[in-house]
Design a protein around this ligand. Structure first.
Ligand code: APR
Length: 249
């Protein structure tokens, strides 16, 4: 059965001046992108995330880590944005100001058409020099695995945040500002277990914003200006958009 849409949430969305959205792996689930742990199958089944996604692992086994990310990049390139991603693109046309923050590294929000996405954990569609951090969107795998930086020869690495690494400072500052300034915060498809992203919804809520949490972990609940909605984003977000602006359907 379809999750009913609380009327208070429709009103909050229709009247919001600034909507901030935080997304996680659940938003890409309906595009068939395996979450980090689900991706550890087949050839990769005997590894743990901590063995593959750390700077130490890259130092010890650069080729293995490069190949692991190349495999994930292939999965992502074969996938398409789903109706949840597309509803967020459309939403930006209706609300006066929209900030989109993601923990996903798959680049699907941008491919769907969202602009200016705040990528808290980086993106696998870009690499960077492991020595000085210069980023590149194209590289030559014929030159070696991992390929050397065209400038200084140091190995290139995926431009993602690994365990034990700090988040990109500029992205984190923008995300916190967006959480503090919005009047509606939507947390979609994230379990909210990984800091500092996990504290963003609370930051918004504590400053008076309406907070809606949409994922498959919560039960439906409305309490004051907090809404918990058990739903798939690819199913729920297009309905929320159409219920708020019927002409968007
Ligand atoms: N629609 C909405 N939510 C969904 C869907 C769906 N179709 N499918 C799953 N979910 C929800 C789950 O109920 C869960 O709440 O998505 C969430 C996924 O949680 P996690 O796997 O913990 O993903 P995320 O919150 O993005 O993880 C944060 O942890 O593994 C690290 O760095 C990685 O960026 C990642 C971070």
């Amino acid at each position: 059965m379809e999750t009913p849409i609380p009327t208070g949430l429709i009103t909050a969305l229709r009247t919001a001046r600034h909507v901030t959205i935080l997304t996680g792996a659940g938003v890409s689930a309906e595009s068939g992108i395996p979450t980090f742990r689900d991706a550890l199958q087949g050839l990769w089944a005997h590894f743990s995330p901590e063995e593959l996604a750390t700077p130490e692992a890259f130092q010890r086994h650069p080729r293995l880590i490069w190949e692991w990310y190349a495999a994930r990049r292939n999965d992502v390139q074969a996938a398409l944005p789903n109706p949840g991603h597309l509803a967020l693109v459309a939403l930006a046309r209706y609300v006066p100001r929209l900030s989109l923050i993601t923990q996903n590294v798959d680049g699907l929000h941008t491919r769907a058409g969202s602009s200016d996405v705040i990528e808290l954990h980086g993106t696998i569609m870009r690499v960077r020099c492991s020595a000085d951090g210069t980023t590149y969107t194209q590289w030559d795998e014929q030159a070696g695995l991992p390929p050397p930086c065209p400038d200084c020869g140091a190995p290139l690495r995926p431009d993602v945040v690994w365990f034990g690494e700090l988040l990109p400072e500029g992205a984190l500052i923008r995300a916190r500002e967006a959480a503090m300034q919005c009047d509606l915060f939507l947390s979609i498809g994230t379990s909210g277990q990984v800091e500092p992203a996990a504290s963003l919804p609370r930051l918004a809520y504590n400053r008076g914003a309406v907070l809606a949490v949409i994922n498959l972990d919560v039960d439906d609940r409305v309490q004051g200006h907090y809404y918990a909605i058990h739903a798939r984003s690819g199913e729920f977000l297009p309905r929320l958009l159409a219920a708020t602006w019927p002409e968007a359907a």
